[in-house]
Design a protein around this ligand. Structure first.
Ligand code: SF4
Length: 270
């Protein structure tokens, strides 16, 4: 590996074995209706901000969601639903989540600096690549980074770890734009819930050191071929529990598990 994404750094921090399953073994997780909704909603929200402000209405967002689903359904989520009724129920639930979005913020009032930005930057000698949902300027002209989530928000006392990857996105933004964001926002459509965290240069400097330390730990793990599982309550949501050594598994993928292709397209350097 010569680069890493904020999500994969977050995986390693959470559990080195999980990092191995996802990044070294390149195992694909079974597609779920929640992932399908997340992919489609992100695409629809990105396109919403490509429209003139006056056109950013709920009805337009619903249309964009339908269009995006028609595009991704056959390639990325074939056989997701067993019946048209099931797919329709999922669609209705998705529209309800999208309606929630307008109770959190008014997209007609927002002029993003960028949406779905593909960033590749060197952070404290580590090449980090990530796609950022949205950057705005607040009323003082300061940068605010927003990440959309279609899942349910964790209780507030567990929210802080969810900001880990977003802090790395803040580092990418600082490198890319030459200005540090002052606030990070996690916008959960399910609820809806908005968590925000103020950040400053000192905190981001500390995060840079943490990125470097994690990268060194990843390289050490690669050299030793040692990725110890780290059990936590997050194991309940792990797709690899049945093969995880911490749960009596062999650590080897089963025959029906699919892998990502080795060659992935190179992102455009920022
Ligand atoms: S089940 Fe838990 S310990 Fe095992 S890989 Fe997943 S997160 Fe790590």
């Amino acid at each position: 590996m010569d680069r890493v994404s904020p999500s994969r750094l977050s995986d390693f921090k959470q559990c080195p074995q999980l990092f191995k399953f996802r990044s070294i073994d390149r195992l694909l997780e079974p597609a779920t209706i929640y992932q399908a909704r997340g992919t489609t909603a992100h695409l629809a929200l990105q396109r919403l901000y490509g429209l003139d402000a006056v056109e950013r209405t709920p009805e337009r967002l619903y249309d964009l969601f339908r269009e995006a689903w028609a595009e991704v359904r056959d390639d990325e989520y074939p056989d997701m639903f067993e019946s048209v009724e099931e797919e329709r129920a999922w669609g209705i639930e998705s529209m309800e989540l999208l309606a929630n979005y307008f109770s959190v913020e008014d997209p007609q009032e927002i002029s993003p600096v960028g949406c779905e930005l593909d960033l590749l930057e060197e952070v404290n000698t580590v090449k980090v690549r990530g796609i950022l949902d949205r950057i705005d300027e607040n009323e003082n002209g300061e940068l605010v980074v927003t990440d959309y989530k279609t899942g349910k928000a964790p209780p507030e006392r567990y929210a802080l770890p969810a900001f880990f990857a977003l802090k790395i996105y803040a580092l990418l933004t600082r490198k890319h734009l030459g200005r540090a964001p002052v606030q990070l926002r996690l916008l959960y459509l399910n609820g809806p819930t908005l968590y925000s965290l103020d950040v400053d240069e000192q905190q981001l400097d500390a995060m840079e050191k943490q990125v470097r330390a994690l990268w060194v730990a990843i390289q050490r793990a690669e050299e030793r071929e040692s990725y110890p599982p780290r059990q936590s309550r997050l194991c309940d949501w792990c797709s690899f529990q049945e093969i995880c050594p911490a749960f009596g598994g062999t650590g080897e993928p089963t025959a029906d598990m699919k892998r990502r292709p080795e060659q992935v397209p190179e992102p455009t350097p920022a």
